[in-house]
Design a protein around this ligand. Structure first.
Ligand SMILES: Cc1cc2nc3c(=O)[nH]c(=O)nc-3n(C[C@H](O)[C@H](O)[C@H](O)COP(=O)(O)OP(=O)(O)OC[C@H]3O[C@@H](n4cnc5c(N)ncnc54)[C@H](O)[C@@H]3O)c2cc1C
Length: 386
């Protein structure tokens, strides 16, 4: 088949890797090159297992790192708690590491078979299906690009993220995002001095309404993530504004203040949101990754699910050969219950992400102390991995 993927992010590149032995694969990516922005993710669970089967795990592991854990601190710099990563790493049998989102993308690119046609600066603006034979199924899907050209394919896989242009076509009424009441900004910048100070622990500020994260991405770079509560009715993508970021997040912690001085002009800035669709395919168009099932940052598994879901889709298509409809149905049957469980856990943890009051902050601090007790930490780690 001619398969066109919209989006060369994590799901798109993982899928291209898996589809290319059997199909002619074109990837359309809107950005002019690999995307640099983004945050540090914990990589474990279904994505890790899928990456092992795909032969990609060594490439990804070599770009990742295992931190000692988290250090919590108050605005005056005083440490207020610690969580070690050891129990989580042990509960996964060592199949766990942290990695920057852009490094996942670069790792997938490094292993991308040469026959994949990867087109940067190729933004899809519209999608339609043709060849409807009476009430029968469409025979082609057509993608229109911003430059006015059109690409015809046997199958279009939308890997274009949580704000997918295809979701409304596949599942009318579900094109929008489901915001979770948070907005998150993140960036990386060069600062060997602060990276050395941050060392092997991720710093999270113990603050109300807004929270800052800072970590050593490597020996030279610092990663920063800044999250705040916002009106859950907002759906429009916010516009990154460096001055606003510096003003609104000042005073969370002395090290976050230092990192704020270096906020770049352009950075990742979006609402924390999920996407849900009661069906993932319609005719010759299918959704994958965040376009189908974004679990949100709160579930901490978006990248893992994007990779594992890509593998599930490719395997289903392989298993059913020319019977496309059966392959797409098998993908949902195989994969939907896993992503729905992760999405539910993301919704459950939503109210804890950033404490809304001093009382909630206090309760979280008490909860953290309990997690520090060895038996409890093992239980929490096991439930996370499940
Ligand atoms: C630069 C970047 C930074 C991110 N940082 C964070 C973060 O800090 N916190 C967080 O929670 N999540 C972040 N995410 C989302 C996170 O990476 C995803 O949840 C997860 O990796 C799932 O991957 P995905 O491939 O399904 O979606 P994504 O990683 O979002 O990839 C979608 C890709 O599709 C491309 N695309 C979108 N629309 C079109 C179009 N019309 N035509 C062609 N290409 C298109 C995008 O440029 C992107 O490369 C970030 C995503 C990106 C692209």
């Amino acid at each position: 088949m001619d398969v066109t993927l919209i989006g060369g992010g994590i799901a798109g590149l993982a899928l291209a890797h898996q589809l290319v032995p059997d199909h002619d694969v074109t990837v359309l990516e809107a950005s002019p090159g690999p995307r640099g922005g983004g945050y540090m993710i914990d990589f474990f669970g279904p994505g890790y297992v899928a990456a092992e089967r795909m032969g990609l795990i060594e490439e990804l592991r070599s770009r990742g790192h295992v931190f000692e854990g988290i250090r919590y601190a108050a605005p005056d710099g005083t440490e207020t708690g610690r969580i070690d990563v050891g129990p989580l790493a042990r509960a996964t049998g060592g199949r766990y590491f942290s990695i920057l989102r852009p490094e996942v993308e670069l790792g997938l690119l490094a292993q991308l078979p040469a026959s994949v046609q990867l087109r940067y600066s190729a933004r899809a603006v519209a999608l339609r299906q043709t060849g409807l034979r009476g009430a029968g199924a469409p025979t082609r899907a057509l993608v229109e690009l911003a430059d006015g050209t059109e690409i015809s394919a046997d199958l279009v896989i939308a890997c274009d993220g949580v704000r997918s242009l295809a979701r409304e076509i596949v599942a009318p009424g579900h094109g929008g995002i489901l915001p979770m009441g948070y907005r998150v900004a993140s960036y990386l910048y060069e600062d060997p001095g602060l990276a050395a100070e941050l060392g092997e622990r991720l710093l999270i500020t113990d603050t109300v309404g807004r929270v800052g994260w800072a970590y050593a991405a490597d020996a030279a770079r610092v990663g920063v993530m800044l999250a705040e509560r916002v009106d859950p009715a907002l759906t429009q993508r916010p516009t990154p504004d460096r001055e606003r970021l510096q003003r609104d997040f000042a005073g969370l912690h002395p090290q976050v203040d230092r990192a704020l001085v270096h906020a770049p002009e352009s950075f990742y800035d979006d609402l924390v949101a999920q996407s849900v669709a009661p069906r993932w395919s319609n005719g010759r168009v299918v959704l994958a990754g965040d376009a189908a099932h974004a679990p949100s940052l709160l579930a901490g598994q978006g990248t893992s699910l994007a990779i594992a879901g890509a593998e599930a889709l490719a395997r289903s298509l392989r298993a059913t050969g020319p019977h496309l409809e059966a392959g797409l149905a098998e993908y949902e049957r195989r994969w939907r219950s896993t992503v729905e469980a992760v999405q539910r856990s993301g919704r459950r943890s939503a109210s804890f992400f950033t404490p809304s009051s001093p009382l909630q902050l206090r309760l979280q601090q008490i909860g953290r102390r309990a997690i520090g007790v060895p038996g409890v930490s093992r239980l929490v780690a096991r439930s996370l991995v499940r």
